[in-house]
Write a protein that binds this ligand. Structure first.
Ligand code: DON
Length: 307
C-alpha cells in the first residue's frame, strides 16, 4: 500500500509540474500576491502512521481559511451546540466573503467556513480576552495536533490583511449591529487575521488533520473531540469547505475538504488519510487550481472518494 501511494504521489507531482494552467495567486491580500505560482506540495498522513510526501511538502504557506476548521473545533469545545444559535450549517451558494445573506438572515451566517461565520467563531474563541490570548491558544492547539512546535504566524501577512480587509470589517460591523459579534470588532478581527496568517507546511497540516480521520482522536491516544463531533466537522467540510464550489469539489474529489486563499487544501478520508496539498494559484472560485486537480487524481487512483 505504502509503495503504491509513493508511486501515485510521484506521478501526481510530475503531472502538476507540467500543468499548463496554474490558476491565479490571490491579490486582495497584497502580501499573498508575492508568492510564486510555480510551487506544488503534497503530504499524506495515513491512519496506519505512514507519511508520504512530494514536491514542496516542507515549505510553509499561509493557511488562511483552513484555520477555520481548527477555530471551529476550539469553539465547539468551548460553547458546544450553543454555537449553532449563532452560526448556520448550510452551504451558502455565495462567495467566501459575501455579505448579501446577512441582512435577510438576522446577521446569522450560513456556516462557520464563510468569512462571516468564521468571524463569529473568532468572537466566541476570543471570549473576554485580548487577541494574543486566543492566538496563543490556536498556535498551541496546532503544535499539539501536528506534534511540531515550529508553527508560527507570518506577521507581514497579518498586517497586510489588517490594512486591506475592508470587506471583513464590513461583515464584522454588520453582525455587531445584530449582536452576533459581541466583542469590539478590532479585537475580533485582530484574532481572525492572525489565525489566517498562520504558516504551515503540507506535512504539518496533514499531521494536524489526523484527528479528523481518527474519529476525533490524536494518534497519541488523546481525545481531541468526540467521534460525533469529528463526523460533524467532516460533514461541514464536505458541504461548505469550498464555498460555492463545494458541490463541484464533492463531485470531482469526494472528500471533506477545506481550502484557503493561500492555495492550501486539507482533505480528510475518514479512517484512512489526512491529506494536505498546496499550490498558490487559485481557480475562479478562490480554491487552489492544482491542489484540486491533484486531489482529483489522488481520489481516482486510490478509490478514496467517500461515495
Ligand atoms: O478573510 C479572508 O478573506 C482571508 N483571511 C481568508 C479567506 C480564504 O482563505 C478563502 N478561501 N479560499
Amino acid at each position: 500500500m505504502t509503495e503504491d501511494l509513493t508511486d501515485i504521489v510521484a506521478d501526481i507531482v510530475a503531472s502538476m509540474r507540467s500543468a499548463p494552467d496554474r490558476g491565479r495567486v490571490a491579490h486582495y491580500i497584497p502580501e499573498l500576491a508575492k508568492v510564486e505560482a510555480r510551487h506544488f506540495g503534497i503530504a499524506i498522513a495515513t491512519a496506519d502512521g505512514q507519511m508520504v510526501t512530494g514536491g514542496d511538502a516542507d515549505m510553509g504557506f499561509s493557511i488562511q481559511s483552513i484555520s477555520k476548521v481548527f477555530a471551529l473545533t476550539l469553539a465547539v469545545g468551548k460553547v458546544g451546540d450553543q454555537l449553532w444559535d449563532r452560526v448556520g450549517r448550510e452551504p451558502s451558494g455565495t462567495a467566501f466573503n459575501s455579505i448579501v445573506q446577512l441582512e435577510h438572515e438576522q446577521g446569522i451566517p450560513r456556516n462557520p467556513f464563510i468569512n462571516a461565520g468564521a468571524i463569529v467563531v473568532a468572537d466566541v474563541n476570543l471570549g473576554g480576552h485580548q487577541p494574543r490570548v486566543a492566538i496563543g491558544e490556536m498556535l498551541r492547539f496546532l503544535r499539539y495536533l501536528a506534534g511540531d512546535d515550529d508553527i508560527a504566524i507570518n506577521e507581514a501577512v497579518a498586517a497586510s490583511e489588517t490594512a486591506s480587509g475592508f470587506r471583513n470589517m464590513a461583515l464584522a460591523n454588520y453582525m455587531r449591529a445584530f449582536d452576533n459579534v459581541r466583542h469590539p470588532v478590532e479585537l475580533v478581527l485582530g484574532a481572525y487575521f492572525h489565525q489566517c496568517a498562520i504558516e504551515m507546511s503540507c506535512r504539518q497540516l496533514a499531521l494536524a488533520g489526523r484527528y479528523l480521520m481518527l474519529d476525533g482522536r490524536h494518534p497519541d491516544g488523546g481525545r481531541v473531540v468526540s467521534p460525533r463531533r469529528a463526523r460533524r466537522i467532516n460533514a461541514l467540510m464536505l458541504t461548505c469547505g469550498h464555498y460555492d464550489a463545494s458541490g463541484d469539489f464533492a463531485f470531482r474529489v469526494g472528500m471533506p475538504g477545506k481550502s484557503g486563499v493561500g492555495g492550501g487544501i486539507l482533505a480528510i478520508v475518514p479512517g484512512r488519510a489526512s491529506i494536505a496539498v498546496w499550490s498558490p494559484g487559485l481557480n475562479a472560485s478562490g480554491n487552489s487550481q492544482l491542489g484540486t486537480l491533484a486531489l482529483e487524481e489522488l481520489s481516482s487512483r486510490t478509490g478514496w472518494s467517500i461515495f
